[in-house]
Design a protein around this ligand. Structure first.
Ligand SMILES: NC(=O)c1ccc[n+]([C@@H]2O[C@H](COP(=O)([O-])OP(=O)(O)OC[C@H]3O[C@@H](n4cnc5c(N)ncnc54)[C@H](OP(=O)(O)O)[C@@H]3O)[C@@H](O)[C@H]2O)c1
Length: 259
């Protein structure tokens, strides 16, 4: 299958060219995470400007922290005015949320998203950022949004039910809260959202052999125990950001899995 101009079909990753000719401005939450870090390195290496908002810089490698295209703001996710200042400074072409709500208080994803959307709303009202809907790319999980209905297999449903009860109930509840607010912001013309939906993640290398595409097309290829590496997912996030910023249509729900 090949990629069409209007939407992604399931397609194997293609190698990236080295450096882009036109640099973009990205705003990133979750830069210190296991997906955020490879994304940050890849985006800087491609020649993009990245503004990050983190609660501490200790997890950032020296080569990243000293990069001339990196701008760092520090603060907590509930500090809405600090997030607003970071976004005002970045004037982002694409906003990325790579947070996780897997540790207490299990609210990072929804809090970071809420205050980012609040800032975008305020800044667009005074033309401090581009008033058109901002591309917004965030990582969720396969089974959320429309993809819950794609899990018809008995084993898959049992696996997810047990794992939800044992480990995932709080992070999943926080994703649901985020997705409700993202849907509302899309309807109001604030953002153009793309939710990346992996099944399971590992820390393997970035490959050029993962498969990704619009979720309904990916449903046959996706299984609840499928893995993809965080570095490959970062690669997909970067490519989708470049495509949507260049005016290409990108689907709202995107599945990804290793080949
Ligand atoms: N694990 C899986 O198999 C799996 C499967 C599907 C989807 N996902 C989802 O994929 C996403 C990315 O996962 P990942 O493994 O890359 O995440 P990760 O390594 O756990 O990174 C989490 C990021 O969120 C930040 N964060 C967490 N709690 C915070 C808080 N209270 N305040 C401020 N920042 C906070 C962390 O900042 P600090 O560095 O400051 O802590 C870090 O930057 C997550 O949403 C996860 O739920 C995971």
């Amino acid at each position: 299958m090949r990629r069409s101009n209007s939407s992604l079909s399931a397609t194997a990753a293609e190698p990236s060219a080295d450096v882009v000719t036109s640099s973009l401005s990205f705003f990133l939450l979750g830069a210190t995470g296991r997906t955020g870090l490879p994304f940050l390195s890849q985006a800087l290496a491609r020649g993009h400007f990245v503004t990050i908002y983190v609660r501490g810089v200790l997890k950032l490698p020296a080569s990243v922290i000293s990069h001339p295209y990196l701008r760092v703001f520090t603060g907590e996710l509930h500090e809405a005015e600090k997030i607003e200042l970071a976004i005002r400074t970045a004037k982002p072409d694409v906003v990325y949320v790579m947070l996780a709500s897997e540790t207490k208080p299990h609210t990072a994803v929804s809090t970071g998203t809420h205050n980012t959307l609040l800032a975008l709303r305020k800044l667009k009202a005074v033309a401090a950022v581009d008033p058109r809907p901002t591309p917004f790319i965030s990582i969720a999980a396969w089974g959320l949004g429309p993809t819950g209905a794609y899990m018809t297999n008995f084993f898959a449903r049992m696996f997810v039910s047990v794992a939800t009860v044992l480990f995932w109930s709080k992070p999943l509840a926080d994703f649901e809260k985020q997705l409700a607010e993202v849907g509302d912001a899309k309807d109001k013309g604030l953002i153009r959202p793309t939710l990346i939906l992996p099944a399971l993640l590992n820390d393997g290398r970035k490959t050029n052999t993962y498969w990704s595409g619009e979720a309904s097309i990916m449903k046959e290829a996706m299984g609840v125990t499928n893995f993809v590496s965080r570095a490959s997912m970062a690669d997909l996030c970067l490519k989708l950001g470049e495509r949507v910023a260049s005016g290409e249509e990108v689907p709202q729900w995107v599945g990804i899995t290793n080949s």
